[in-house]
Design a protein around this ligand. Structure first.
Ligand code: NAD
Length: 423
């Protein structure tokens, strides 16, 4: 039996290759359920769609879109939609698989899915972006739905794009279906707390990891790579807790201030023009970010950023993976060898999907909770999940990533086994 798929060519550092090696590491801890482990290495379903749109100048452009449902054993598919010029089927497969693991790690009744379009959205006008989103939604309409697969925002997608997706799906299906996507605007069935949920989850898991390891957040130096939805919110919450955010990097540049960056000034500028436009710090070379003296490092941009070479230079004692798949397997081993604690993506950034779950539940019941209730429930779910994972890690003497995979994969494969194979 082979786990090689003819349609992808993973490498040791590619996203799917990284995921496969993470699965290999957990198999020894799965007991008799290991019999089903091949399930984890194959997406259940992968849809590739052509997305043709008319540009504002009258020409026709074609984009490649994807929706991958990695595993649906525990419930409908759940996972974001990414617009980025580097999106590939293989990347979307890995992101969908991490969603399967993440949803099971926090015990949400979902499988894992992900979508994406290979496009640079910065090159499109707002109207072109709307046409792109609507056509993509229509094309993947055969596999998504409130009970089938529920998209959400990811890199370069937001509440407005979710509103267009919801509207398009609703028109095509003949009934308003708010539950088809999460991360919607509040007045269209969105949930309070959703925008900040992923960054908040990064903070909550970081706060707990710091408490357990005796790291005082007051005065702790924090470096953040990726200053979008996840990175900026996490940075703000750490600053509120007394930490000092000393370095921030986005795709426009890297800004450093040893006495702490003024986030109230930085956030609006970064949102509009990127951190390169911020005057309140020293602008350092992209690669120098990884040498910054910090106690906590938050990679919150894209996959594969923590390479083996960078892992040898990182000064932080705690790495909080806001991004999906930021650390390649070799770097994971180097960090472990150097005594750096990594809170892995599959638990660290699970706050977003947790509040997406709250949104979906609220949409079905048409009864909406206040923000305090959302944040209290989010905190409780994240802390309980992390405690269970930490206990598992201690019991087996393994790292938090493999422990998270152990907790999650046991749930996924138990569901697989209980449902049985059809026919
Ligand atoms: P975003 O589009 O809001 O922000 C992405 C940030 O990364 C931007 O600041 C961008 O400039 C920066 N970036 C892009 N390429 C970079 C590079 N080469 N070097 C440095 N910075 C770079 O996206 P987001 O929603 O904040 O997502 C960030 C990460 O978090 C992704 O890995 C995503 O999959 C993950 N994530 C997001 C959510 C969510 O709810 N949004 C949930 C879970 C995980």
């Amino acid at each position: 039996m082979s786990s090689e798929l003819s349609y992808v060519h993973p490498t040791a550092t590619s996203a799917w290759g990284t995921y496969l090696s993470q699965v290999d590491r957990v198999i020894p801890y799965l007991g008799p359920l290991a019999r089903w482990s091949e399930t984890l290495k194959r997406p259940k379903r992968a849809l590739i769609v052509d997305v043709p749109i008319e540009l504002d100048d009258g020409t026709i452009a074609h984009y490649e879109g994807y929706r991958v449902q990695h595993n649906l054993s525990r419930g409908p598919g759940k996972g974001g939609v990414r617009y980025h010029p580097d999106v590939t089927l293989e990347e979307v497969m890995a992101l969908s698989a991490w969603m399967t693991v993440k949803c099971a790690a926090v015990n949400l009744p979902y499988g894992g899915a992900k979508g994406g379009i290979r496009v640079d959205p910065c090159q499109l006008s707002r109207k072109e972006l709307e046409r792109l989103t609507r056509r993509y939604t229509s094309e993947i309409g055969i596999v998504i739905g409130p009970q089938q697969d529920i998209p959400a925002p990811d890199v370069n997608t937001n509440a407005e794009i979710m509103a267009w997706m919801m509207d398009t799906y609703s028109i095509n299906s003949g009934a308003t279906a708010t539950g088809v996507v999460t991360g919607k605007p509040i007045h269209l069935g969105g949930s309070l707390g959703r925008v900040k949920a992923t960054g908040r989850g990064v903070f909550v898991t970081g706060r707990e990891a710091a408490r357990r390891t005796g790291l005082d957040l007051r005065g702790a130096r924090v470096a953040v790579q990726g200053f979008g939805n996840v990175g900026s919110v996490a940075a703000e919450l750490f600053a509120e807790a007394g930490a000092v955010v000393v370095a921030v990097q986005d795709h426009t540049g890297t800004v450093f201030n040893g006495s702490g960056l003024d986030l109230a000034a930085l956030v609006p500028i970064a949102r509009k023009d990127g951190v390169a436009a911020f005057a309140g710090g020293e602008h350092i070379a992209e690669e120098a970010f990884w040498d910054v003296e910090a106690d906590i490092l938050i990679p919150a941009a894209l996959e594969g950023q923590v390479t083996a070479e960078r892992a040898r230079r990182i000064t932080a004692k705690l790495v909080l993976e806001g991004a999906n798949g930021p650390t390649v397997p070799e770097a994971d081993d180097i960090l472990a060898g150097r005594g750096v604690l990594v809170v892995p993506d599959v638990i660290c950034n699970a706050g977003g999907v947790t509040v997406s779950y709250f949104e979906w539940v609220q949409d079905f019941s048409s009864y909406f909770w206040d923000e305090d209730e959302i944040n209290v429930r989010l905190d409780r779910i994240m802390v309980n999940a992390l405690n269970h994972i930490w206990d598992t890690a201690d019991r087996h003497g393994i790292g938090l990533r493999t422990a998270t995979f152990a907790v999650a994969c046991e749930r996924i494969l138990a569901a697989r086994q209980e449902r049985g194979l059809y026919p």
